[in-house]
Design a protein around this ligand. Structure first.
Ligand SMILES: [Ca+2]
Ligand SMILES: [Ca+2]
Ligand SMILES: [Ca+2]
Ligand SMILES: [Ca+2]
Length: 332
């Protein structure tokens, strides 16, 4: 056969590239036979599992409806763990919420909010009332990202937050926050229009180009900061102004930090329960919901979806219980 001239070959490759980009890339592909990895295939950058201990105190789940996130969270008012804040239904406090869009570095948010234990609707963008479910004969919400629970229905004050750019600007200007409590737990519902109308969960995702694997990508996040017994000295006047949004470290003192992320914690139904200190964002005791799907000794994802198992949390999520070593997916 006559070999193709370099010019013709180049044109062919360009055309093939154009065709490729027109195709829908296959994410974490599943097949009932041995897998052949192809250009455009991707594999999640983290392996997820049930967290444990003090790190697992915050249940959280979001769904996106009509480009709006609805995120529900719950936490025991007293977790019994020394690294957490104790919520007391007679004690107002300052807290903060920051939100990212497919980023860990660009943050918009409400840096100075008051949590007030009352059913009063203050119609104030900086005041969030904690409605008493028991006194009003209502059941606790189900933490599933569907905000249509009775617990959130009419009568519960909803605060339209005044969202500002804090580090960079992702365009977000509005969010809606509700808080309720029963005898044991406090619950939040945070709703916001995602600036790019996309639920991004591909942090450090692996991409295959036909010959090499590379990693890249980010995710949507929402972080809550609450004071500990030793908050930053200026916490009550500056709120998250005392926090480095890039590092989630404090100027001084410590904060109880809940980090919900669309890719690493949401699929298993948690927010990562952490502690912000002047030197680091420390992990609460226990195990995380996620671990990096990376091995310095391998140039490919060490774990992939078991081809025999349909992904339980969708193709963009790799669960520990459904993961097998990459090597086992290659035809012997
Ligand atoms: Ca904890
Ligand atoms: Ca719900
Ligand atoms: Ca997004
Ligand atoms: Ca904590």
């Amino acid at each position: 056969m006559r070999s193709l001239s370099p010019t013709i070959l180049m044109i062919f490759l360009l055309a093939a590239g154009a065709l490729m980009t027109g195709c829908e890339d296959e994410i974490n592909p599943v097949s009932d036979s041995w897998r052949t990895w192809e250009n455009g295939d991707t594999v999640p950058g983290y392996v997820l599992s049930e967290p444990s201990g003090s790190r697992a105190d915050v249940r959280a789940k979001a769904q996106m409806f009509d480009d709006y996130y609805a995120l529900e969270l719950s936490c025991a008012m007293n977790t019994g763990n020394a690294d957490d804040h104790i919520f007391r239904p007679d004690t107002s406090l300052v807290f903060a919420v920051i939100i990212s869009d497919n980023s860990q570095t660009v943050w918009n948010g409400a840096p100075l909010l008051q949590l007030i234990w009352t059913d009063t609707d203050f119609e104030d963008p900086y005041a969030v009332s904690v409605y008493d479910l028991v006194a009003n004969g209502r059941a606790a919400p189900t933490i599933d990202g569907d905000g249509n629970d009775e617990a959130w229905s009419s009568g519960v004050p909803e605060t339209q937050l005044d969202i500002i750019d804090l580090v960079g600007d992702n365009g977000l200007r509005e969010a809606y926050l509700m808080a309720v409590h029963d005898s044991t737990h406090i619950y939040f519902k945070l709703a916001w229009p995602d600036p790019t109308s996309t639920m991004s969960l591909g942090r450090e995702r692996w991409h295959f180009d036909g010959s090499d694997w590379t990693r890249g990508g980010d995710e949507d996040m929402a972080i809550f900061f609450f004071p500990t017994d030793t908050p930053p000295a200026d916490w009550d006047t500056l709120g998250a102004g005392t926090v480095s949004a890039e590092e989630a470290t404090t100027t001084d003192g410590t904060l109880n930090t809940w980090a919900w992320t669309a890719g690493l914690t949401n699929p298993v139904g948690y927010a990562d329960d952490l502690l912000s200190t002047p030197t680091a964002l420390e992990n609460d005791a226990g195990t995380a919901a996620f671990r990096l799907n990376y091995d310095a000794g391998k140039s490919y994802p060490p774990y992939v979806q078991d081809p025999a198992v349909e992904p339980g949390q969708g193709p963009e999520v790799l669960l520990e219980t459904e993961a097998i070593p990459f090597e086992e997916t290659i035809r012997p």
